[in-house]
Design a protein around this ligand. Structure first.
Ligand code: ATP
Ligand code: MG
Length: 261
């Protein structure tokens, strides 16, 4: 079976994209879904968040420029037998400039990932994007089946959401990726003590109904500490509220996208 590709993209910074990419990948793997996490962000937060070293030549930079293959860049992750990763490195920052010079520049990531998808090695491929709707994010949208949006439970949470949803429609209408769809919205960093957080969740659900996942990710100190140890929340504190929430989210994702069997 070919893989289902999810991109976690949003031009807003610091909303929980990487935290979601890392912990969703780990939770899916823990539940037996073979998963490949691809770090497309030059900041390489997903790479360091999983405790992987940034190696020169280890990212998709080469393959996106036509040198080498994505398959060669896949690394196993020690802590999980079902989890694999293509790391990022600072070089990725230059890919924006490289890509615009290439023909068919929106399709380069999709082309790169084709053999990986068709290998049948991975049931899910998760793309972690930088906080901009630049070449990398656009390539990820052109390569994905579904866009997952992380939305912070804060004032003006929905601001800018229209922009990325418009991009999805445009890419679909232009035939760049005619089956791209919104996979869902995940509310992150929910602080249940504040009225504002409750109001934001209610408002977003009012607008987007069932597109919003039932799971809401709580804000917690444990969640913010885990990446500095190069660990997912499951390694860092498997019994924390954050670990529970990301497990529940993974179960929802498996069900919604039929990632079993
Ligand atoms: P960027 O746009 O820079 O890529 P991002 O959208 O990927 O950011 P993250 O890096 O996942 O966002 O999160 C931003 C910060 O908030 C990080 O320091 C992260 O550890 C912290 N954080 C994420 N989720 C939570 C949470 N549920 N509770 C507490 N802190 C969190
Ligand atoms: Mg990030």
């Amino acid at each position: 079976m070919s893989s289902t590709v999810f991109t976690i993209a949003n031009q807003k910074g610091g909303v929980g994209k990487t935290t979601t990419a890392v912990n969703l990948s780990c939770a899916l793997a823990e539940k037996g879904v073979r998963t490949l996490l691809v770090d497309l962000d030059p900041q390489a937060n997903a790479t360091s968040g999983l405790g992987l070293e940034k190696e020169e030549g280890g990212s998709l930079y080469g393959p996106l420029c036509g040198e080498g293959t994505a398959m060669e860049k896949i690394r196993s992750v020690e802590t999980s037998k079902n989890l694999f990763m293509i790391p990022s490195e600072v070089d990725m920052a230059a890919i924006e400039i490289e890509l615009v010079q290439r023909e068919n520049y929106l399709a380069q990531l999709r082309i790169c990932l084709e053999t990986v998808r068709e290998s049948g090695d991975f049931r899910a491929i998760i793309l972690d994007c930088p906080p901009a709707l630049g070449m990398l994010s656009m390539n990820s949208l052109a390569a994905a089946d579904y866009l997952l949006i992380a939305l912070q439970c804060e004032y003006l949470a929905m601001e800018g959401l229209g922009q990325i949803l418009k991009v999805v429609d445009k890419l679909r209408d232009a035939g760049v990726n005619d089956h791209l769809a919104l996979g869902g919205i995940l509310m992150t960093m929910f602080d249940q003590r504040t009225n504002l957080a409750h109001q934001v969740v209610q408002e977003v659900r009012g607008h987007f109904k069932d597109e919003v996942f039932r799971t809401v990710i709580p804000r917690s100190v444990r969640m913010s500490e885990a990446p500095s140890f190069g660990q997912s929340i499951f390694e860092y504190d498997s019994n924390s509220s954050g670990a529970f929430a990301y497990r529940q989210f993974a179960a929802e994702v498996i069900k919604r996208f039929q990632l079993r069997g």
